[in-house]
Design a binder for this molecule. Structure first.
Ligand SMILES: Cc1cc2nc3c(=O)[nH]c(=O)nc-3n(C[C@H](O)[C@H](O)[C@H](O)COP(=O)(O)OP(=O)(O)OC[C@H]3O[C@@H](n4cnc5c(N)ncnc54)[C@H](O)[C@@H]3O)c2cc1C
Length: 612
């Protein structure tokens, strides 16, 4: 009796309910773990066999509005690494992983009607609440019912990807409060509500003795490098690559390899190095690998679960060394070991709850996750608020979003990091080049696009979907909505500002979080020398390029006080189109200390307009 286990975002052995249940299973003699590349979500044409005339039968996997690749090169690589890791871990247990291309229901039909004959007695998968994934599940179920003729067990397991299990929530997802704070308050102390993770299986049933081949025209590569190449090759030609000058000496904040093994190593590193304990103080950082956990990519692909992170932090806090993998025993020597929850571990849990909350919002609001007026639009409709009639969009959101069509050129400059606003440009270039950018930078970029440029925020969300290594349906679209003022942010759609609600002033945020313009200098090659000596005038230029003339004029009589390198770097900016003509000039004046503008010490800020 064979079982087919369809994997999606549960690409791990430990804390996996299906693998857990399959140890010594009485019914299934053979199990086929199967990963299917969905051609609408990831471009599969690179997996076509290189024969003359061979062509992918599927349309390109592009986004709805901006027509970007839905899965860009960074995530494609991270996914391939994770699949390869899972494959070798499964092989070590006497099992394996089969990879295929196609619509999930087609592949399952092929196995039930052809490949395995009548030997398949079960098809299992884990739950995923995103709308495309729900549809996939419905389609597979229909095939199992039809082709299985009642003889095939169909089972959908809880994916266990939440920190708090559904059954332990004090409310049903339909009654989820519309603010995170109310949700958090209703949960009570976490320790009682997080279930322990499931152990890694010690053994698994073997693969079926033979597995049907991948149908023509596709071929699954037999090496990790081959798989990465096949997934990245079709994505290669991008006109942005020629627009973004390569940064000098920039190091990715996300140099990590995909997969469960690496995910565990990352948690080990965070605990051993103390980075988990200092997280609260460092989390708004912009540069380096350890200012935040960088667990998002591992969580998004299901290489690790939130409750594993919680459990390992708890083991560290409670001096329960037997609860962590054996190799981590040097944990006992780390500062903070056995001293209970600290500021850092509490803050990580808090963020993991945000993750749960975004998932629950997706369940509550379904497809309005992707609609222009978002959750607020749906809330307004359900309360019979019909503000459109009064010339307003639902929930107080300003209605005049520019469409992608009408704002193509502006969007291109946003994408390529040539807006003229330093923090935004650095982040957009970092995203394109590495697949990662910090939460602080994401908030600013989303606010810049949606609230300052007034462009349809969904195009930004699509671009993030394409570029992010850690793309996650609920987190990405939910956070974009939140910042755009159409999601569950109580201050999101107030009266302030033309586009409605709270918005970040990216120049002020630059001064607050990148006060020496190191982040801008790292990613914006044209700015690499601007401000490197820490003089405030050139930092001002790095953060708000259009200030170049003002700063040079201010210094006309005192240029001797600025070194040649800094002065030349600023002067070189004068001819640059995107510096001279920024997309928008956002006002912010820093109050200059008494000692002169060259002071780099403590500074006071004056708000020119509401900024957060
Ligand atoms: C516009 C925008 C788009 C985003 N898109 C994504 C996305 O596609 N995938 C994604 O995982 N996160 C997304 N986030 C949330 C957040 O920016 C990332 O989770 C975080 O930057 C990842 O880095 P980290 O793992 O070091 O996070 P840490 O700061 O170390 O946080 C720990 C974990 O908590 C969770 N988390 C942290 N912040 C949030 C948040 N605001 N909402 C939900 N969960 C959170 C993540 O799982 C993260 O790994 C987005 C945020 C914004 C503002």
């Amino acid at each position: 009796m064979y079982l087919v286990y369809l994997l999606r975002r549960d690409l791990r052995l430990s804390d996996n309910p299906v693998f857990h249940a399959l140890q010594n299973h009485p019914r299934y003699t053979h199990v086929l773990p199967l990963y299917i590349f969905p051609p609408s979500q990831i471009e599969v044409s690179g997996l076509v066999q290189s024969r003359i005339g061979a062509k992918s039968p599927y349309p390109e996997a592009r986004s709805r509005i901006g027509k970007f690749w839905r899965c860009g090169p960074h995530r494609a690589k991270f996914l391939a690494e994770g699949l390869w890791d899972l494959k070798s871990e499964l092989e070590a247990l006497g099992s394996g992983l089969m990879m295929r291309v196609g619509h999930m229901d087609e592949v399952v039909r092929g196995l039930l009607e052809g490949g395995f004959g009548k030997k398949v007695a079960g098809v299992w998968m884990t739950m995923d609440w995103a709308s495309e994934e729900l549809e996939q599940m419905r389609d597979v179920r229909a095939i199992v019912d039809k082709a299985g003729k009642g003889n095939v067990e169909w089972k959908v397991w809880d994916g266990e990807e939440m920190l708090i299990h559904d059954n332990d929530l004090p409310m049903k997802p339909d009654n989820l409060p519309d603010t995170f704070t109310s949700f958090r308050k209703r949960l009570g102390p976490l320790d009682r509500s997080v279930r322990p993770p499931l152990p890694r299986p010690a053994s698994l049933p073997p693969l079926p003795p033979s597995t049907p081949p991948q149908p023509h025209p596709f071929k699954i590569p037999d090496s990790l490098d081959g798989l990465i190449d096949a997934l990245q090759r079709p994505l290669a030609a991008s006109d942005l690559a020629s627009t973004i000058p390569p940064p000098i000496d920039a190091k990715s904040a996300h140099p990590f390899i995909g997969g469960e093994t690496q995910a565990h190593m990352r948690v080990e590193h965070l605990l051993l190095s103390g980075a988990m304990s200092t997280y609260k103080d460092t989390r708004n950082g912009l540069l380096g690998a350890d200012f935040s956990t960088k667990l998002s990519g591992y969580l998004s692909h299901g290489f690790i679960t939130a409750r594993q992170v919680h459990a390992w932090m708890s083991a560290f806090e409670d001096a329960a060394a037997d609860q962590v993998p054996r190799e981590w025993r040097s944990l006992v020597e780390c500062p903070g070991y056995g001293q209970g929850e600290n500021k850092g571990t509490a803050a990580v849990r808090f963020e993991l709850l945000w993750r749960d909350y975004m998932r629950l919002c997706m369940r509550k609001y379904g497809d309005s996750l992707f609609s222009l007026y978002g959750f607020r639009g749906q809330q307004a409709r359900s309360t019979n608020e019909l503000p459109h009639r009064k010339g307003k969009a639902p929930g107080g959101v300003h209605p005049s979003w520019k469409s992608f069509e009408s704002a193509r050129a502006e969007f291109k400059r946003f994408q390529s990091g040539t807006t003229g606003t330093g923090l935004i440009d650095a982040s957009m270039r970092e995203l394109y080049l590495t697949g990662y950018t910090s939460n602080r930078a994401r908030q600013n970029c989303a606010s810049f696009l949606a609230k300052w440029l007034g462009i349809d925020w969904r195009v930004g969300a699509e671009w993030y979907e394409s570029m992010l290594v850690d793309y996650d349906v609920a987190n990405n679209w939910g956070n974009w909505q939140y910042v755009a003022g159409v999601g569950n942010d109580p201050r999101g759609a107030g009266a302030d500002g033309e586009a409605g609600g709270r918005r970040f002033n990216p120049v002020k945020q630059g001064w607050d979080y990148d006060p020496r313009a190191e982040y801008v200098r790292t990613w914006v090659a044209e700015m690499s020398d601007v401000g490197h000596e820490g003089d405030l005038g050139s930092i001002e230029v790095a953060l708000a390029g259009w200030k170049v003339h003002e700063v040079l004029a201010r210094r006309a009589g005192q240029l001797g006080s600025v070194s040649g390198r800094s002065k030349e770097a600023i002067e070189r900016l004068r001819g640059l189109e995107w510096v001279e003509r920024p997309l928008i000039k956002i006002d912010y004046k820093k109050r200059i200390g008494r000692n002169s503008e060259e002071t780099t010490g403590a500074v006071a800020y004056r708000r020119e307009r509401p900024a957060y």
